[in-house]
Design a protein around this ligand. Structure first.
Ligand code: CAA
Length: 293
């Protein structure tokens, strides 16, 4: 069975990006948010992205209208009923995800494939809330979704091989490079990225270098587009703290343990760009300034 129609649950940062990419790749796409206000916010961010692409000449005005025409927003979970694949990108909380998939399982035909964009929860545990763990995968995108070229396609021990191959092919149709990963906490990218980000905080705690110098070192010494502390502000310190706790809980290895400074910054509400302050002060978004501790 080929995937023709795409459903996305959640129209936040990740969900809106996934919906935009699916519609831009030619798929009729339905994106669902819990209320009209959040839906409107998500659809506006997609419009902003598409307008910017049209202004730059990356896409034509006609293509922009076609993409927007393929995209339908809704607050009703029932509107996802006829989608061939449903990608969940809601809050990173296991009970919320299990509840959503339980409801979708009762609503959708047995052929519908379910996918979660979780970055750290166990796919097997989310899938076990449904009667179709064999049609359940992880589909982990990266922020900003329209720009980042990778998608991790995650299989559990229960995922049917034919379903898995279909989703790998779907990831490629979305214009991404699809890599294959097992349902191991953090998959491939966060297994490697999270200890690196946590080590950058430990280096700062130990006075190895300043915020600016740690960031410059990895950008200019290793060719990374962002230094680790800038990337932490971009991903969100609360998000990274949460992922590190799940990874530490799974592997019990120090490299996944949150450094005390990260915990304190999150407790203080310094969550990075989205809160205006992390390792940098973002009150002037075009000119972030390193925090003095
Ligand atoms: N949405 C859509 N497009 C965006 C965007 C956004 N939020 N941000 C930037 N872009 C586009 C710009 O329009 C620009 O497009 P053109 O080349 O067509 O003009 C392009 O991306 C480059 O942007 P900029 O010139 O403004 O800035 P940049 O060169 O510094 O790139 C960046 C910005 C792409 C974010 C780059 O800094 C980068 O790759 N950073 C690393 C991001 C990263 O590592 N993401 C993964 C985080 S981990 C994760 O997501 C998973 C997890 O589980 C935690």
């Amino acid at each position: 069975m080929a995937i023709r129609k795409v459903g996305v649950v959640g129209c936040g940062l990740m969900g809106s990006g996934i919906a935009q990419v699916a519609a831009a790749s030619g798929f009729p796409t339905v994106v669902r948010e819990v209320n009209a206000e959040l839906l409107d916010k998500g659809l506006k961010s997609i419009d902003k992205n598409l307008n910017r692409l049209a202004e730059k000449g990356t896409i034509t005005e006609a293509a922009k209208d076609e993409i927007r025409g393929r995209l339908k927003g809704t607050t009703k979970v029932e509107d996802l009923q006829d989608c061939d694949v449903i990608i969940e990108a809601i809050i990173e909380q296991l009970p919320a995800k299990r509840e959503l998939f339980g409801a979708l399982d009762a609503l959708c035909p047995p052929s519908t494939i379910f996918a979660s964009n979780t970055s750290s929860l166990t796919i097997t545990e989310i899938a076990s809330a449904t009667k179709r763990p064999h049609r359940f995968v992880g589909l982990h995108f990266f922020n900003p979704v329209p720009v980042m070229k990778l998608v991790e396609v995650v299989r559990t021990i229960a995922t049917e091989p034919a379903v898995y191959e279909e989703v790998v092919a779907f990831g490629t149709k979305l214009g991404k490079t699809a890599v294959r990963a097992q349902d191991s906490t953090g998959f491939i990218v966060n297994r490697l990225l999270v200890p690196y980000l946590l080590d950058a905080i430990r280096a700062l705690e130990e006075g190895v270098g300043s915020i600016e110098d740690i960031d410059k070192s990895m950008m200019l010494g290793c060719g990374h587009p962002m230094g680790p502390l800038t990337l932490l502000d971009f991903v969100g310190l609360d998000t990274t703290y949460y992922i590190s706790q799940i990874m530490f809980d799974e592997f019990k290895e120090r490299r996944f343990a949150a450094p005390p400074l990260l915990k304190r910054m999150v407790l203080a509400g310094w969550n990075g760009r989205k809160s205006g302050r992390g390792f940098y002060d973002h009150s002037d978004p075009g000119n972030p300034k390193a925090i003095k501790f």
